[in-house]
Design a protein around this ligand. Structure first.
Ligand SMILES: Nc1ncnc2c1ncn2[C@@H]1O[C@H](COP(=O)(O)OP(=O)(O)OP(=O)(O)O)[C@@H](O)[C@H]1O
Length: 123
């Protein structure tokens, strides 16, 4: 098998593993349903209110940031459960920090969404 073919196959396999991770996080994390609902709502509003290119750009950045934070949070939770199955203060702090990062990203996305929407409803 040629080097190019090998590296394409390896790349496709990595893509499949990453996709499996995303699907796992969606199934595992209850919060994902709220993120999906928020994504659906802002997308419908964006189409209806005809968001500008810049507004879509901000929406996409916010959505991907929150999803990435949630996936990292799931990964950290799994890692903590694996490394420290028993109750430990430091394990709890790691999980709290990870959940805090998701909250920060979500609040930032909410604020961006409200600013964009207020711009449309005030004009
Ligand atoms: N091994 C542990 N040691 C100490 N505290 C823990 C431990 N596991 C969880 N905790 C505490 O319980 C909280 C909730 O943990 P859990 O793993 O249920 O996370 P969660 O955010 O509720 O996850 P899920 O999305 O699975 O519901 C953590 O944020 C942490 O404060």
């Amino acid at each position: 098998m040629s080097i190019v073919k090998k590296s394409i196959l390896k790349c496709l396999q990595s893509f499949r593993f990453a996709l499996r991770g995303i699907i796992y996080a969606i199934r595992q994390e209850n919060n994902f349903i709220y993120h999906l609902l928020a994504t659906f709502t802002i997308t419908c509003l964006g189409i209806y209110l005809e968001f500008s290119r810049m507004e879509w750009l901000i929406v996409v950045i916010c959505i991907t940031t929150v999803y990435a934070a949630e996936i990292f949070n799931t990964a950290i939770e799994k890692l903590v459960d694996m490394v420290s199955p028993n109750h430990r203060r430091s394990a709890g702090i790691v999980k709290d920090l990870s959940a805090g990062a998701v909250l920060v990203a979500s609040l930032g996305a909410l604020i961006c969404g409200l600013i964009i929407l207020s711009n449309h409803f005030s004009s």
